[in-house]
Write a protein that binds this ligand. Structure first.
Ligand code: HEM
Length: 450
């Protein structure tokens, strides 16, 4: 199959507020005008608030790297997620957030990745064993695999475990009922405008938190008895804050586990689904991945042999960044590119637009994993932030790159993925960038597979 990977149609440059609202309700991505793929900055004025989308690399650096304390996470986004995430590291700001990162970050350091490798390898093998030849919705398969990775690495249990299975199913229900919560962050409505959580969303959040509380309390007991497995949960629960010497209380840990599940499995699943689609539509690239994957072994060093596979995953993250927009708030008045930005304004950094920006990328909408192999890689860095940047960068970035590369290699080693011309996926932004009706591919076992 040839042609560019699917991109949502942009809206006209000028539309009325009500038309804008309707578009937002349908999908955040197609509600955006075409000019954002060329502009360095765009201002949206609504009767209730102002919003600034920043593509200028200097502004991105200012907001994320240089003065992040002046651009805290916007309450518009975090309000919507609070029933599920409580006061997790994803939604907090200031001193509370700093303390949480001091405890969490050591669990994701380089050495720990090596220790997580066997569990990720086992999850990848299980994903291969679960895959059935025929027409398959690979987003669901990817969600299953990514949830399995999280359960195995965090709590040393596979997805088949009864509680793991229940959390996974309930997260799916949460996602189906929650998109409006996510959209609320972008709707041009005043802050006081009621945005009630749907009853189903609240119920799902309660069920998920109940299940996670059970897992966390059981782990606290195992730690106390000196027989806890050496996994991410144990590491985080036994790490004291280096400044105060105090570790997370069990209740606080529930908030953190909830975000690890949400941030860790939704995003990885989205990226893996799109990576498989891109390989299905680019068979020559798929054969290169298969050739590289033929020699992998269950040891950490094998990752060094998966350079092209890693670049495919990188390119999938560029074209379909699972987190399409990062929303912040200006804590005080600012001047962006000579324009006054009032305190309280919404500041949006959009990986979606930056990754396809016509002035930052050669062939911005094309699938070209080789762009990551040469010198172009350095020039590309300015406009590439699938994991965000600066102090609030995704702590799971290294973990996710390892997981994505390995899952892709194992799946492509065992199966050939073929696109169905009548089922071209349409990207839409839910909690992450997903395909509107799933990603359907024809899956065939490779003759020369294991
Ligand atoms: C392909 C996979 C992933 C992508 C694309 C991704 C992307 C991101 C992005 C863009 C942010 C910043 C959001 C913002 O500032 O608004 C973030 C934050 C976060 N991610 Fe990831 N992530 C991935 C996988 C993971 C994994 C595997 C974990 C953990 C197991 C994880 C845990 C977190 C946490 C805890 C935060 C909050 C950090 C903070 O606010 O200080 N992520 N992620």
């Amino acid at each position: 199959m040839t042609g560019l990977p699917p991109k949502p149609a942009a809206r006209a440059d000028r539309v009325s507020l009500w038309a804008h609202l309707r578009l937002f309700r349908r999908d955040i991505l197609s509600a955006q005008p075409q000019r954002l793929y060329r502009a360095w900055m765009a201002e949206f004025r609504t009767p209730f608030f102002r919003s600034y989308l920043c593509n200028d690399p200097a502004l991105v650096r200012l907001v994320l790297d240089e003065r992040p304390q002046d651009f805290p996470k916007s309450g518009r986004v975090t309000e919507g997620l609070r029933p599920l995430l409580g006061r997790s590291v994803f939604v907090t700001n200031g001193a509370e957030w700093q303390r949480q990162r001091r405890i969490i970050d050591p669990a994701f350091e380089g050495g720990r990745l090596r220790e997580a490798f066997p569990a990720i390898w086992a999850a990848a093998e299980a994903a291969v064993a679960r895959m059935r030849p025929g027409v398959v919705e690979v987003e669901l398969a990817a969600s299953h695999a990514a949830a399995d990775v999280i359960f195995r690495t965090l709590f040393s249990i596979p997805i088949e475990d009864r509680v793991a299975q229940a959390v996974f199913q309930e997260f799916r229900a949460y996602q189906r009922s929650a998109p409006i919560v996510n959209l609320a962050a972008f709707l041009p409505l005043p802050r006081w405008f009621p945005r009630p959580h749907r009853r189903a969303t609240l119920r799902s959040a309660r069920v998920i938190r109940g299940l996670i509380t059970g897992l966390t309390a059981a782990r606290a007991a195992e730690i106390a008895a000196g027989r806890a497995p050496d996994d991410l949960a144990t590491k985080i629960m036994t790490t004291p804050d280096p400044l105060t010497g105090v570790p997370f209380a069990t209740a606080e840990m529930v908030d953190q586990v909830a975000i690890f599940f949400l941030a860790g499995h939704e995003t990885s699943a989205s990226a893996l689904g799109w990576a498989l689609y891109l390989l299905a539509t680019h068979p020559e690239a798929q054969e290169r991945v298969a050739a590289e994957a033929a020699g992998i072994r269950p040891e950490f060093a094998t990752l060094g042999t998966l350079r092209f596979t890693r670049d495919v995953f990188r390119e999938a993250l560029r074209l379909y960044p699972p987190v399409p927009m990062l929303v912040r708030e200006a804590a005080r008045a600012e001047a962006f590119r000579g324009r006054a930005v009032p305190a309280g304004a919404q500041v949006v950094i959009s990986p979606w637009h930056l990754h396809r920006h016509e002035r930052l990328w050669h062939n911005p909408d094309g699938f070209d994993p080789d762009r990551w192999a040469g010198e172009a890689r350095d020039t590309a860095r300015e406009g590439y932030l699938p994991f965000s940047r600066g102090p609030r960068v995704c702590p799971g970035a290294g973990f996710a790159m390892l997981e994505g590369t390995l899952l892709l290699a194992q799946l492509v080693r065992a199966f050939r993925f073929e696109a169905l011309p009548e089922r071209v996926p349409v990207p839409v932004a839910h909690l992450t960038v997903r395909a509107r009706d799933g990603i359907w591919l024809h899956v065939r076992p490779r003759q020369d597979g294991p």
